[in-house]
Design a protein around this ligand. Structure first.
Ligand code: HEM
Length: 128
């Protein structure tokens, strides 16, 4: 499926409602994951809100993150945290589980996972 301006992944997944649900389910898992919890703040409210705003634009919806925080510079913003291959895999496992819990079209889910996978591996900055 082509991601044209009229038919973005954002629209096909169900937009705001889908992304709000996704970040809620996802950070519940992150908070409980032994490899991830130690590098995240105890209160994940702001983290989830930023992620929601980022994913909105990442998938072709409104540029909510940049409007508020400027250019994402995602890799640079992750440099203060040790992102090992194990942590990248853990992050992706939480996301995979989240997407499996949601009622999404298989094609949409596969496209989302593929974009998450590329980006997660790009965030790695520390060997095991
Ligand atoms: C590869 C594994 C990853 C790990 C271990 C990781 C970890 C983190 C941590 C610890 C923070 C800071 C949380 C806070 O202080 O509020 C953060 C922020 C963030 N992460 Fe990740 N992350 C990963 C991958 C990703 C991916 C794949 C994306 C996007 C698709 C992403 C998007 C974001 C965003 C938007 C923020 C907020 C940045 C800001 O402070 O403005 N992360 N991440």
């Amino acid at each position: 499926m082509m991601n044209t301006p009229e038919n973005t992944l954002y629209i096909r997944m169900g937009g705001e409602a889908t992304l709000q649900k996704l970040v809620t389910l996802f950070y519940d898992k992150v908070a409980k994951h032994p490899d991830l919890a130690p590098i995240f703040p105890d209160d994940l409210t702001l983290t989830a809100e930023k992620q929601y705003k980022f994913l909105s634009q990442f998938f072709g919806g409104p540029p909510l993150y940049s409007q508020e925080y400027g250019h994402p510079m995602l890799r640079a913003r992750h440099l203060p945290f040790e992102i090992t291959p194990t942590r990248a895999k853990a992050w992706l496992a939480c996301m995979h589980e989240t997407l499996d819990q949601m009622e999404l079209d298989k094609q949409v889910k596969d496209e989302m996972l593929s974009r998450f996978t590329t980006t997660a591996y790009h965030m790695m900055n520390t060997p095991e």
